[in-house]
Design a protein around this ligand. Structure first.
Ligand code: C5P
Length: 421
């Protein structure tokens, strides 16, 4: 069966469309998935837990505790158990809570604890749907990596006609099933898998470069690239979660910031500044991950005043080659250090990535291709193939960047046997 062995959390919130969630649960169960329904307290006003527990074959979870036994429901266990986490219908209120981390019910706490891909199917009245605050919150969820299943247009509960009807259960089902299939999410994403690696980086010092660099043309202009820094920031966060003793993030100018506390951020602007920050920190590190999109050229003769358009002459900039930070660290690398690079390619991906790993003396290279939709710059997802210096390669499906960071650390930890000491 299409989804056999897969674990799906269906989160139901308090809206008229909640009755459609029964069909959604049924579709997942019919496809062979194990379904755990989590309801917000309001959702129970719209559809009974008995209907859903009968369809899913499991007691519905709604509260942190079972009232009569005092049994605690672990939102962490539930979040980690899931291969996919589907919130349908998602009301304006739950969307706002998810976007802002307001963890006052079982659904939102489980959402905050999950590593699975999250799907959000909004359903609300026309004016609520188009309100700037809802638009803002949906955009936040989307940039946090959730897949938004846009509501359809039609007659709403208020009899207004417009956008706000939850998408049909069949469409939600197909979207989730296609994602799981494409990403070949491993069966039995069990807690054991997660706990094996939980402290794998204990005692390790890690340095990560992330984001773009800027090369100055004059005091107000620069040359840069589309890197958002999200991939490198996710790698730094994941290192911290796996118990690294220190994580230094050398960060080019971008908006992404780590969410784990304790990461030392060194903000830099140009490639030369990035190199200098790396040289200051690399020797004391065990593992370096070079994720930054470093400009290949600097401007040798930036203007010290703003260049005026009225000037008749076209500016005569001279380019100078920037240092290759990864290669410089590769030359310095001791045998007890691991250095990982990235290769963003548009053609001849495998040869180029393998060549770079050798040339820069890296132990591992993470290749992403701009030919893959959803991979590379300015997306929340990535699709990578990881090469190690022993000639092995592993290809992964399209995933959100947090999941990719986890795959990268899994590969490092397994390959280089990072242990607790
Ligand atoms: O040669 P290319 O830019 O494709 O190599 C990509 C890898 O090298 C990435 O890991 C990137 O962070 C690193 N790099 C670097 N310094 C440069 C150019 C690339 O560290 N000047």
């Amino acid at each position: 069966m299409e989804l056999s062995g897969k674990h799906i959390v269906v989160g139901i919130t308090g809206g008229i469309a909640a009755y459609k969630s029964a069909s959604l649960v049924r579709l997942f169960v019919k496809a062979g998935a194990e379904v755990q329904v989590v309801m917000t307290p309001n959702a129970r006003e719209f559809i009974t837990p008995v209907t859903l527990s009968t369809l899913s074959g499991k007691p519905v979870i709604s509260d942190f505790f079972t009232a009569n036994t005092g049994e605690w429901h672990s939102h962490v266990d539930l979040g980690l158990w899931a291969d996919a986490f589907v919130v349908a219908p998602a009301t304006a209120s739950t969307i706002a809570k998810m976007a802002n981390g307001v963890a006052d019910n079982m659904l939102v706490t489980s959402y905050l604890s999950t590593r699975a891909q999250v799907f959000v199917a909004p359903a609300m009245d026309f004016d609520m749907m188009r309100h700037p605050s809802t638009t803002r919150n949906i955009a936040t969820l989307s940039s946090d990596g959730c897949i938004i299943i846009e509501p359809a247009e039609g007659e709403l509960a208020s009899h207004l006609v417009g956008k706000g009807r939850m998408e049909e259960p069949e469409t939600i089902f197909k979207t989730v099933a296609a994602f799981i299939k494409q990403n070949n999410i491993k069966e039995n994403n069990s807690l054991d898998d997660v706990y094996i690696n939980k402290n794998a980086l204990a005692g390790k010092h890690v340095i990560v470069t992330a984001g773009p660099t800027r090369e100055r043309l004059d005091p107000v202009r620069y040359i840069s690239n589309y890197s958002t820094g999200k991939m490198g920031v996710a790698i730094a966060d994941e290192a911290m979660r796996r118990g690294a003793q220190s994580v230094t993030l050398v960060l080019g100018p971008c908006e992404a910031r780590p969410s784990e506390p304790g990461i030392k951020i060194v903000n830099v602007e140009s490639a030369r500044e990035m190199l200098s920050a790396c040289l200051d920190n690399f020797d004391s590190c065990d593992i370096g991950i070079m994720c930054a999109a470093v400009a290949d050229y600097a401007i040798e003769n930036p203007a010290d005043k703003k260049i005026k358009r009225e000037n008749t002459a076209v500016p005569d900039f001279k380019f100078a080659k920037n240092p290759d930070i990864a290669a410089t660290l590769g030359e310095r690398k001791r045998n007890d250090q691991i250095l990982v690079g990235f290769a963003l390619e548009t053609d001849h991906e495998l040869e180029n990535a393998a060549g770079k790993m050798k040339r820069k003396n890296l132990d591992m290279i993470v290749m992403n291709s701009l030919r893959d939709k959803g991979a590379g710059f300015a997306t929340d997802t990535n699709k990578v193939t990881i090469f190690t210096s022993d000639g092995k390669a592993s290809a992964f499906g399209l995933k959100d960047k947090h999941a990719v960071a986890s795959d990268i650390w899994d590969t490092i930890c397994v390959k280089f046997q990072c242990s607790e000491n």
